[in-house]
Design a protein around this ligand. Structure first.
Ligand code: OOB
Length: 553
């Protein structure tokens, strides 16, 4: 497909021969699993229980109605739904059609959504009526007016009325014109993307990651295999459901493939998520460390029964050994497994039967014997064992290039196809890996990645800003928050509020707004004239927790 870098033919042949790739659309595998587990619960959400049979019927009805509305193989849809059953139905209905959802986060705003709609030439945008202060219906109308390809706005719940706007619940009830046989005639190439994920992004707006039917099914099957999933199990989905971790690693895909159910939490807040664990006897969690830290800080574990939980998968950000230990005290029957994952592909994980030292100290090891993982120095040479190097990787479910991004691809991939992650790791004596830092220019705010460059570029648009550098500042719960060092153009420096209101006006997601600002006469520069972010990051670490100039009074 145009804009997608294919896996080279010899590797593709090998992945097929080894049975990693099943050469069938993702939907085909889920249809099989919906049929096998027919009467069992699949999704529990907001008081509703959907069995696999009901998911199968709902998905078919929705797919036929979307076909009537003109969506089919390779149609692109920007999906910005919160954790709700409509997400699950729409995701699988789009799979059934061979259409390609781009999974945006509920925290994204007009800037990001507008960009993605145009970039992938989306035919539809799916969202709830509102997300916080964002009026998604108004945004949908604006996007339809501005983007020639965008025909349809799909809304969570009932139809609110309006041109080109239709409620997903209404499409579940509406009798379709197309006969079910129409779906069988659609041709879906398993080498095509089944989904567009978003990268953590280090340069500008996050890049689009094409995950193919072949690689994404394999991804979920394989990691589900090391998660001790039984058909009676229940996964709590508290992080945004479209993210690769709760969607596919193993996420709802991995749980469904094993006949197990997903409990959808509308929010990760203690008072929302922990009662769901108690009420539904949740057995598995997939969390970012910030969620666990917030639950512990709120004293949640002493107020709710959490003994049904057997596995706590933590990923997205480094999880400190001491917090892993506290988590196992709070969840008395659970083991913590750390997942080092990325929307680009590679998944590393500690195993439930690993010795405690390995589970505490490391981020695990790859899940596939054909995951090629190297740690390299600045010149691309492998570092001696035990030393820190940049993780580069290649394998049956790791992308070969971002979508429509030839320039980024030249920088982010080696000529022989290794993805350069920008993460700095060390190999542990147990052959597992320890995360030591990163060289990429991003802030990891509670697992949500912020490209410093994307925010700096926007802040440079402020008339009083001569130069700006955004760096991570340590935070006890979120791990990191963003601090902006600003060099003003004249005698008057802008305030943090002025900067964030500029970002809000431009429609940038709120989680990407800097939370502290420091005014400096000059940014520290290297002999080459490059801003020395490491110097600023050290300064931000010293400042963390101290009042800012503005609040010192
Ligand atoms: C997951 O995916 P992304 O794409 O949001 O972020 C990937 C990046 C990695 O390159 C690394 O910098 C960081 O997130 N990361 C971790 C980590 N897991 C991810 N850093 C330290 N320790 C960890 N355990 O975050 C993701 C995707 C699938 C499963 C789990 C996480």
């Amino acid at each position: 497909m145009d804009g997608v870098v294919p896996f080279p033919a010899p590797e593709a042949a090998r992945y097929r021969r080894l049975g990693y790739w099943e050469d069938r659309p993702l939907w085909d595998a889920f249809q099989e699993c919906f049929t096998s587990f027919w009467a069992s619960p699949a999704v529990l959400s907001q008081g509703e229980v959907w069995t696999f049979a009901e998911l199968a019927a709902g998905t078919e009805r929705l797919a036929l109605n979307l076909l009537d509305l003109g969506l089919g193989p390779r149609a692109r849809v920007v999906v910005q739904l919160p954790n709700c059953v409509e997400f699950v139905l729409l995701y699988f209905a789009l799979q059934r059609l061979g259409a390609i959802p781009l999974l945006a986060l509920p925290g994204h705003r007009e800037y990001e959504i507008g960009h993605y709609v145009r970039f992938i030439e989306a035919a539809a945008y799916a969202a709830p009526p509102r997300l916080g202060e964002l009026d998604c219906l108004a945004l949908g109308a604006k996007l339809r007016a501005d983007s020639p390809d965008l025909r349809l706005v799909l809304v969570q719940g009932a139809s609110p009325g309006g041109d080109g706007v239709v409620g997903i619940r209404e499409l579940l009830d509406r009798a379709p014109h197309s006969a079910p046989a129409a779906l069988r005639h659609l041709e879906v190439d398993p080498s095509d993307p089944c989904v567009f994920q978003l990268s953590g992004g280090t340069t500008g707006i996050p890049k689009v990651i094409p995950r193919t039917h072949n690689d994404y099914l394999y991804n979920s099957r394989l990691i589900a295999g090391v998660n001790d999933i039984r058909a009676s199990d229940r996964l709590l989905v508290a992080a945004p459901i479209g993210h690769n971790f709760p969607l596919a690693s193993p996420g709802i895909q991995g749980f469904f493939l094993n006949g197990a159910a997903a409990v959808l939490a509308p929010s990760a807040r203690t008072e929302v998520a922990l009662p769901l664990i108690e009420r539904h006897g949740v057995t598995h969690l997939e969390v970012v460390p910030a969620m666990i830290l917030a639950w512990l800080a709120d004293g949640g574990p002493s107020r709710f029964r959490l003994d049904s939980v057997r596995v706590v998968n933590s990923g997205g950000q480094k999880f400190q050994p001491e917090t892993k230990r506290r988590t196992e005290v709070a969840f008395p029957n659970a083991k913590v497994q750390e997942v080092f994952g990325m929307a680009e592909g590679l998944l590393m994980i500690t195993r439930l039967d690993d010795p405690e030292e390995v589970r505490w100290e490391t981020a695990g090891r790859p899940i596939c014997p054909d995951d090629e993982v190297l740690l390299v120095d600045e010149d691309g040479r492998e570092v001696p064992d035990g030393e820190i190097g940049e993780l580069i990787c290649r394998g049956p479910y790791t992308l070969r290039g971002y979508y429509r991004a030839p320039e980024t691809n030249r920088r982010s991939f080696t000529p022989d196809g290794f993805y350069c992650s920008g993460d700095l790791l060390r190999r542990h004596s147990s052959r597992n890996y320890v995360v030591e830092g990163r060289k990429k220019d991003l802030i990891n705010r509670g697992g949500e990645k912020i490209s410093a460059e994307e925010v700096e570029d926007m802040l440079l648009g402020h008339p009083e800003v001569a130069n700006v550098a955004c760096v991570p500042m340590p935070d006890p719960i979120l791990g990191e928050r963003m601090c902006a060092f600003v060099q003003p153009l004249g005698p008057k420096a802008p305030s943090l509020e002025e900067l964030t209101s500029l970002l809000r006006d431009r429609g940038l997601a709120r989680f990407k707004h800097p939370e502290r600002m420091e005014v400096v006469a000059e940014l520290p520069l290297s002999p080459f004239g490059k801003v020395q972010k490491s110097v600023l990051a050290r300064r931000a670490a010293e400042l963390a927790g101290q009042p800012t100039e503005a609040t010192k009074g």
